[in-house]
Design a protein around this ligand. Structure first.
Ligand code: GDP
Ligand code: ZN
Length: 307
């Protein structure tokens, strides 16, 4: 009889599937390719698959359910195929910190553009607030203001002092969550805190990431409970802008897009055009300077780099 499960791990030829409370090791039957996209891997974490059991207690994947969304990393080699990083993501979670290390705002903005382009809801967690003194608290408030203004919810947390962790738990509950953040902000620590049984696994993965052996590493999905998952993907930095044209980038900075409707020229790039409402909004403090700078960097540098 055919059953349905969700893929939580893929190593190339074997896939681990969760179906209710059981985990099954599966292989793929024949050629499984969804139409429209050409990828180096046909199945990825987060995929819902139809499978059947074989006599040796392993499974065979027969088909893949249509994906709600997926993220890919463009292949760096000569062939044009992309690598599927994850599918069916309900929510992206960016972890940042203001100290040890300080997350560059442009890192966050670049990630947000990508998640907007994929239509993935994103929340921002600012970790390590235990390290902040009175002066730093002002920076935290400023940070939160910038991203609330760009219509993102921000949560200040400390994994170390267990501040706001229960609230984060409820925000992740029942969803497939993609976690992202620059190295050292506390991603592994948070996953451990949310699910202590994973301890070893996380350390292992985290070590793998740190040693820089990214190329052959596949994304992994952690199960917090039967319907709550966290995806940690080594390729997250690379999932990038290369598919976005200059004018598309402007669409994915929500507050810039909103303001751009009042620009004099319909194809205004907001760099230097006269009667640009975006530049006006930056001068009047309605669009934050850091967000505007990220936007300008993205349309200038990336455009030059990729086109
Ligand atoms: P990752 O690279 O994002 O996975 O970060 P890790 O989880 O490995 O954490 C990096 C370092 O930050 C470790 O030494 C953690 O103990 C520390 N760390 C994590 N969360 C906090 C926190 O809330 N406060 C403080 N002060 N340190 C933290
Ligand atoms: Zn403009």
């Amino acid at each position: 009889m055919n059953k349905k499960g969700i893929v939580i791990k893929s190593t190339g030829s074997w896939y681990t599937i969760v179906d209710g409370t059981s985990e099954i090791q599966c292989r793929i039957k024949g050629k499984l390719r969804l139409k429209d996209i050409k990828t180096t891997n046909p199945v990825t974490v987060g995929d819902y698959v139809i499978y059947e059991m074989t006599t040796d207690n392993t499974g065979v994947i027969l088909s893949i359910e249509e994906r709600k969304n997926y993220i890919i990393r463009k292949s760096t080699s000569f062939n044009k195929e992309a690598h599927l990083l994850a599918a069916n993501i309900d929510q992206a979670v960016i972890i940042a910190s203001l100290k040890q290390p300080e997350t560059p705002l442009e890192f966050i903005d670049r990630f947000l553009v990508t998640s907007e382009a994929y239509h993935i809801e994103t929340i921002i967690l600012v970790n390590k607030i235990d390290l902040l003194d009175n002066e730093d608290i002002k920076s935290l408030e400023e940070f939160i203001k910038i991203y609330n203004n760009a219509s993102y919810n921000c949560y200040a947390i400390s994994v170390k002092d267990k501040i706001n962790i229960d609230h984060i738990k409820t925000l992740l509950e029942g969803k497939v969550n993609l976690i992202a953040g620059n190295s050292g902000v506390g991603k592994s620590s948070l996953i451990n805190e949310l699910c202590p049984e994973l301890k070893l696994k996380v350390a292992e993965i985290s070590q793998m990431h740190k040693s820089g052996k990214h190329t052959t590493t596949f994304s992994e999905m952690f199960r917090l409970n039967n319907n709550t998952f966290i995806i940690d993907t080594p390729g997250i930095k690379g999932f990038g802008l290369i598919d976005l044209s200059k004018s598309e980038i402007g669409l994915y900075f929500q507050e810039i897009f909103k303001e751009s409707k009042n620009c004099k020229y319909y194809n205004c790039t907001h760099e230097h055009e006269p009667s640009c409402s975006v530049i006006k909004a930056v001068n009047e403090g309605r669009i934050s300077l850091s967000r505007y700078r990220s936007y300008i960097n993205m349309i200038t540098e990336d455009y030059a780099k990729y086109r």
